[in-house]
Unconditional design. Structure first.
Length: 417
């Protein structure tokens, strides 16, 4: 797939509700999907992210979701951006949907002139973050997300495909530089020095922020993670896998919003998801809810590891040996190399988990999870605990060699609540 030309054949126009109706009516397969006549369709806006306009249209037979890129950040019109981010989301869906059709949405249509992406409607699903903030926990989702990360990353890696195909895809997603720059800046750079995009409401967090910025161990780890993100193209990443990018009914789960897709270390997607689970954990008041969160973290990692290794084993058994760039006939050596590969993913997960917690607490685009805590002292105490946990994850005064070590550190910071 080639990258889009930004010189459109027809002038770009921002859609309104009637514009959405007109677009769908002009596409017979999508109009048939809704059924009835355009006048019968219900169209409404559901934009709640930072970047794009999002609409849902439903008719007697079904519905679709339509996303259009804006020439600026939706929540900050002064922050100008190119329009191509929906192209990369469409390209991401086309790359991973064949491997995870039960866990994401299909790209039904992409308009390269108006930068419109259309996918099936998920109006019967709930945003995972919204559900957890309301105290509705769906433990099965963690296993499903672990399965998604394993299947989508393995399938787009050199472990599964000829290098020519992987490199062609890397060329495509290497053009997603605007959103990659946002990740590098907002997640891996800005929080660790003074920047106008950083903010936190309670001055009691300021000493922790100062400690993060003056810790040589933190700074060294952040430098390492930043380079790892940019220099380790293991697989095609979702790139923004937080609980707001997951829709679920409790049994059916769909990962959406892949516009940040890029090639990078597999542990990045894993770390962002776990980081958001931990933010939700610290924002959860009751012990039963906290126990569910802890179980979800363990379930996610177990599900990911089990599926990834199973896919690797299946690939080694395949008759086509042309993609076995990471294999050996010696079983003990093979098992050691696989263990080392997974351990590196775990280390990346722990590091990127910490950067996500920090970014979502003191950087740009905070999470809403802590808003459920109406008592300000309680909210501050829990935000401090989350930040201190993240700081310890980066410093690793006691090495985090396993998930048990990771959870032990998490228990330690939870015990202070």
């Amino acid at each position: 797939m080639t990258t889009p030309e930004l010189q459109q054949a027809s002038p770009y126009t921002t859609l309104d509700l009637e514009g959405v109706r007109t677009v769908i009516a002009s596409l017979p397969p999508l109009a048939a999907r809704l059924g009835g006549t355009p006048a019968e369709w219900r169209v409404w806006e559901v934009s709640d992210g930072n970047l794009n306009m999002v609409f849902v249209a439903e008719g007697p037979e079904g519905g679709v979701c339509l996303k259009q890129a804006l020439p600026h950040v939706r929540v900050d019109p002064a922050w100008k951006m190119p329009l191509d981010r929906t192209f990369f989301e469409a390209a991401y869906l086309r790359a991973v949907f064949p491997h995870v059709p039960d866990l994401t949405t299909e790209c039904l249509h992409f308009d390269p002139e108006q930068f419109i992406l259309i996918v099936p409607s998920l109006s019967g699903h709930t945003v995972m973050r919204t559900a957890m903030m309301a105290g509705h926990y769906h433990p099965a989702v963690a296993a499903q997300v672990g399965d998604f990360v394993a299947r989508s990353t393995f399938a787009t890696s050199l472990l599964a495909e000829p290098f020519e195909r992987v490199m062609d895809r890397r060329i495509c997603f290497a053009r997603n530089q605007t959103l990659t720059r946002i990740t590098v800046d907002l997640v891996l750079t800005d929080p660790y020095h003074d920047h106008p995009r950083n903010h936190w409401a309670d001055p009691q967090l300021t000493p922790i922020v100062a400690a993060l910025r003056t810790s040589p161990a933190v700074q060294a780890r952040i430098d390492s993670l930043r380079l790892r993100f940019l220099c380790t193209p293991q697989a095609l990443l979702h790139g923004d896998l937080h609980t707001g990018s997951i829709m679920t009914t409790g049994t059916d789960t769909r990962i959406i919003d892949g516009e940040f897709a890029t090639y990078g270390p597999i542990g990045f997607d894993a770390g962002l998801f776990v980081g958001n689970l931990i933010l939700s954990l610290f924002a959860t008041f009751d012990r039963a809810g906290q126990a569910v969160h802890l179980d979800m973290i363990q379930t996610f990692w177990t599900s990911f590891k089990k599926r990834f290794l199973a896919l690797w084993q299946e690939r080694e058994w395949a008759e086509d040996r042309s993609t076995l760039y990471y294999a050996t006939t010696d079983k003990s050596t093979q098992n050691f190399e696989k263990s080392l590969f997974i351990q590196n993913i775990f280390q990346d997960m722990a590091g990127f988990c910490a950067t996500e917690i920090i970014r979502r607490s003191i950087g740009y685009a905070h999470v809403a999870d802590f808003s459920v805590l109406t008592d300000q002292p309680t909210r501050t105490t829990r935000q401090k605990a989350a930040l201190l946990f993240a700081k310890d994850c980066l410093e690793q005064k006691k090495p985090l060699k396993s998930l048990a070590d990771f959870l032990e550190l998490l228990y330690l910071h939870m015990s202070a609540l």
